[in-house]
Design a protein around this ligand. Structure first.
Ligand code: PNS
Length: 173
C-alpha cells in the first residue's frame, strides 16, 4: 500500500518504469527506489528491441536488473515489445514512470508522454527528477567511459560494473 490509511475499496497503484537499461545504472536505481515508495507495485519494463544494437542481450539485462532490485520488495522486472501503453494495460498499470535529468530530456519525454496519452488516456505518465548525484549518468556515457578506459565505479551498481568489465574489458572476475 502506498498509503497506510487507504481503505480496501481503493485500488492499488501499479506502475511501469520502462527503458532499454543497456546497462542499468545508478541513475535508474535511484528512480526505482524513489518510485517504489510511491506505488504499490513497480514493474521495470525492458524493451525487447532487437533492431537496436545493444551491449547486453535482453535476457542479460533482465538478469542484471533482477540482481540489483532484490532488496526492493515491491519491484519486479519484465520485458515487453510492441506499444508501451499496451504493455501497461496488460499489466494492470495505470502509471508510467520516467526520469528527467536535465532540460534536454524534456522534449523527447514530452513527445512520448503526449503520444502515449493519445493512445491510452487512462495511463498517466509521471516524471520524477533524478537525484542531483545521478543527473549526469546515462547508459550511453557509461559504455563510452569504460570502453575508453575510464573509471565507472559509482555510476552503476557493483554487479553491473562486474558485467561491464567482463563484456567490454574481457576481465574474468
Ligand atoms: O530508456 P529509453 O531507451 O529512452 O526508453 C525508451 C522507451 C522504451 C520508453 C520507448 O522507446 C518506448 O516506450 N518504446 C516502446 C514502443 C512505443 O510504445 N512507442 C511509442 C511511444 S511514444
Amino acid at each position: 500500500m502506498a498509503h497506510d490509511d487507504r481503505t480496501n475499496s481503493q485500488k492499488s497503484i501499479v506502475a511501469i518504469y520502462p527503458g532499454s537499461f543497456d546497462p542499468f545504472t545508478n541513475g535508474h536505481l535511484d528512480l526505482v527506489q524513489r518510485s517504489s515508495r510511491l506505488v504499490d507495485r513497480l514493474i521495470i519494463g525492458i524493451l525487447r528491441n532487437e533492431q537496436k544494437e545493444a551491449l547486453f542481450s535482453v535476457d542479460e539485462r533482465l538478469e542484471m536488473v533482477r540482481e540489483v532490485i532484490q532488496t526492493i520488495p515491491n519491484a519486479e522486472v519484465a520485458t515487453f515489445d510492441g506499444l508501451l501503453v499496451d504493455f501497461a494495460s496488460r499489466s494492470g498499470a495505470s502509471v508510467i514512470i520516467r526520469g528527467i535529468r536535465a532540460i534536454s530530456d524534456y522534449e523527447y519525454e514530452l513527445q512520448m508522454a503526449l503520444m502515449n496519452r493519445r493512445l491510452r488516456p487512462d495511463v498517466e505518465t509521471v516524471f520524477l527528477l533524478a537525484g542531483e548525484a545521478h543527473s549526469f549518468i546515462s547508459s550511453r556515457l557509461v559504455k563510452e567511459v569504460i570502453r575508453l578506459g575510464g573509471n565507472i565505479s559509482g555510476l552503476v551498481p557493483p554487479s553491473v560494473e562486474g558485467r561491464l568489465r567482463k563484456r567490454v574489458l574481457g576481465e574474468n572476475r
